[in-house]
Design a protein around this ligand. Structure first.
Ligand code: SF4
Length: 312
């Protein structure tokens, strides 16, 4: 029978929809923040920032409405370091929840209070980002319940007072959650035939990994800065904390890659041929055309197969 107006609608959510819903509060909403990431941290003139800025002083580009005046030109204005930062919604939580929507203080004590809380909240929201994913990765059972409980606990902690947040052992919590995410990762990657390779924390800076078979490999914490990963098979690879700055992901397949974040992708290079996990979107600065030739022959994980490293 055809549906009539007013009939209940069966919503079929894709994995991307489900994860996006779970993460709706883990996305930066600058309209509800007082520009914390543009005031509290210090940065130094470098490839990432065009000028020095001391901690606790507003960036010269921060407008009175707490918006960035050069938001659409950050790379062109020499500020790529801003592009790759994501607070995962910590800014609006600190502004609205912890400090009750108050204006940004200008006195040293007020700024010190914010500076003590914002990094802790940032860690909590990043853990929440990963825990929401962990819950979707494993079947119903003890491990999923553990992930759900850890997420609920982290969520409760974000509602603490400023003093409670300051006193939180964030490093200890990160270790606990990291262990849990590691066990989730093991379960997911166990389904990949012959996935025994473990490159956790590996130094792969500038390595030639074009077309490499990294399917299901753990690369958590690996240094992949400037690595040539064109056409690499990174399906279901664990990329928690992997440093992908300037890595070349054109044509790479990251379908189902675990614990990957937007800032990691934004720091890398990709193109329309890069396949992403369902819940992540293509960074705006990546070309929407295929710019790399096909990946070619697969090489072993971390192996160079006789090619010389590309000079950068
Ligand atoms: S350039 Fe824009 S985003 Fe970066 S710190 Fe300054 S105001 Fe913030």
């Amino acid at each position: 029978m055809p549906a009539r107006p007013g009939d209940p609608v069966d919503l079929v959510l894709t994995p991307r929809d489900e994860l996006s819903l779970a993460r709706r509060d883990l996305t930066a909403d600058c309209s509800r923040c007082v520009g914390l990431c543009c005031v509290l941290p210090a940065f130094a003139a470098s490839a990432d920032f065009a000028f020095d800025k001391p901690a606790g002083t507003p960036c010269r580009h921060l407008q009175d409405d707490a918006r960035c005046g050069v938001h659409d030109q950050l790379r062109d204005r020499g500020m790529p370091g801003c592009v790759v930062f994501d607070c995962f919604g910590a800014g609006q939580r600190v502004t609205q929840q912890t400090f009750g929507g108050a204006d940004r203080p200008t006195d040293a004590a007020g700024l010190a209070a914010l500076s003590a809380v914002f990094p802790v909240m940032r860690q909590l929201t990043e853990l929440l980002w990963h825990l929401t994913e962990a819950e979707t990765l494993v079947p119903a059972g003890d491990l999923r319940e553990e992930a759900a409980a850890a997420r609920a606990r982290a969520e409760r902690l974000t509602h603490g007072t400023a003093d409670e947040l300051r006193a939180l052992d964030a490093a200890g919590l990160r270790r606990e959650v990291g262990d849990l995410l590691g066990r989730v990762s093991e379960v997911v990657r166990a389904g990949v035939p012959g996935r025994a390779r473990d490159r956790r924390g590996a130094d792969l800076v500038g390595r030639q990994l074009r077309g490499a078979d990294l399917h299901g490999v753990s690369l958590r914490g690996a240094l992949l800065i400037g690595a040539d990963l064109r056409g690499a098979d990174l399906r279901r690879a664990d990329l928690l904390g992997a440093d992908l700055r300037a890595a070349d992901l054109r044509g790479a397949d990251l379908t189902g890659a675990l614990f990957l974040t937007g800032p990691q992708l934004t720091a890398a290079t990709g193109d329309a041929g890069t396949r992403l996990p369902a819940a992540l979107t293509r960074p705006a600065h990546w070309p929407d055309t295929v710019t790399a030739p096909p990946g070619g022959a697969r090489s072993p994980a971390g192996g160079a197969r006789g090619r010389r490293p590309r000079r950068r």
